[in-house]
Design a protein around this ligand. Structure first.
Ligand code: BT5
Length: 252
C-alpha cells in the first residue's frame, strides 16, 4: 500500500511507469500547461505530466479544478491523434477513468455527458482535452484528467456534488497504482481511437440517455448521441437539437 505521503514521487513514478516518458512535480499551476509546453517541444505520444498539487487547475470554460496536495491525481497525457479523431479524445478520457474506477471496485460509475465521471450522481473526476494547432495541422492534444482519491470537501460548495474514490470504496488505495491503471486504460483506448468500439463503450456508460434534461437553456429528452459526441435532444414540440458542448442537468 505504501506511505500516503510518499506514494507519489519522481522516483516511484519513474520506476512504476517505465519506459513511459514522465515528468513529476510536487506543485504546479496546471499539468495541462506543462503538457502543452512539452507537446510543442516534441513529447512522444503517451508522455505524462503528473503533479501532487495544482494551484491553478483548470476546468472547462474558465472554471477551476480543485487539486489539494496528497489526496488526488492530476495527470495530463500527450496524445497525437489525427484531426478526424479529435471528438473521441474526450470520450477516451472519460472511458479510461470509468474503467479504472470500475476496476478498483466501484460498480456504479457512469459518464454524465459529455465527460464527467460520476458515482451516485457525484463528480469523482474531470477531463479536459486541449489541442495545439500549427495553422491547419494538429500538433497534438494534452488530455488532462483529475481524479479525487481522498479529497476532503467538507465545508466547501463541492461538498454535495463531488465524490472521492476512497470513501466510495471504503478502503485505502495507492495513488501510484491507480495512476498506472489509468494510463494503461488511456493506452488501451488510444490504440482504438476512431473505432466503433470506443464510441459504443462511451455511449453504453452514459447515464442520461432517455431522460429529461436541461442543457444550454434547452429542455427536452436526451434521445441519443452522435459519433462526434453531440447530444441529440428532443424538445416537447418534437424538434431535434444537436448540442456539441454544454452542461447538462436532470429534469426539464
Ligand atoms: C472539468 O471541468 O471537469 C475538467 C477538469 C479537468 C482537471 C484536470 S486535472 C489535470 C489537468 N490539469 C488541469 O489544469 N486540468 C486538468 P468542468 O466540467 O468545467 O468542471 C469544473 C467544475 O467542477 C468546477 O466549476 C466545480 O464546480 C467542480 N469541481 C472543481 N473541482 C472539483 C473536484 N476536485 N471534484 C469535483 N468537482 C470539482
Amino acid at each position: 500500500m505504501g506511505d500516503r505521503m510518499t506514494e507519489l514521487s519522481a522516483e516511484t513514478i519513474q520506476q512504476r511507469l517505465a519506459p513511459r516518458a514522465v515528468r513529476y512535480y510536487d506543485r504546479v499551476d496546471s499539468t495541462n500547461d506543462l503538457a502543452l509546453d512539452w507537446l510543442r517541444a516534441g513529447a512522444p505520444a503517451g508522455a505524462a505530466v503528473i503533479a501532487d498539487e495544482q494551484v491553478k487547475g483548470r476546468g472547462r470554460l474558465g472554471r477551476t479544478w480543485h487539486t489539494p496536495p496528497g489526496v488526488a491525481l492530476a495527470v495530463s497525457v500527450v496524445l497525437r491523434p489525427e484531426p478526424a479523431h479529435l471528438p473521441q479524445i474526450m470520450m477516451l478520457g472519460a472511458l479510461a477513468i470509468c474503467d479504472t474506477v470500475a476496476a478498483s471496485g466501484v460498480s456504479n460509475a457512469g459518464i454524465k455527458w459529455p465527460n464527467d465521471v460520476q458515482v451516485n450522481g457525484r463528480k469523482i473526476c474531470g477531463v479536459l482535452p486541449e489541442a495545439v494547432w500549427d495553422g491547419d495541422s494538429l500538433l497534438g492534444v494534452a488530455l488532462g484528467i483529475g481524479l479525487n482519491v481522498r479529497v476532503n470537501f467538507a465545508g466547501m460548495t463541492l461538498e454535495h456534488t463531488a465524490a472521492s474514490l476512497e470513501p466510495v470504496l471504503g478502503r485505502a488505495v495507492n495513488r501510484l497504482e491507480v495512476l498506472a491503471a489509468l494510463l494503461e486504460r488511456v493506452d488501451f483506448w488510444y490504440a482504438r481511437l476512431g473505432s466503433a468500439a470506443l464510441f459504443d463503450a462511451w455511449k453504453s456508460r452514459l447515464t442520461m440517455l432517455g431522460q429529461a434534461v436541461t442543457v444550454n437553456d434547452l429542455h427536452g429528452r436526451a434521445e441519443a448521441v452522435a459519433v462526434d459526441g453531440a447530444l441529440l435532444v428532443r424538445d416537447s414540440a418534437g424538434g431535434l437539437h444537436r448540442v456539441l458542448a454544454g452542461d447538462v442537468a436532470s429534469g426539464t
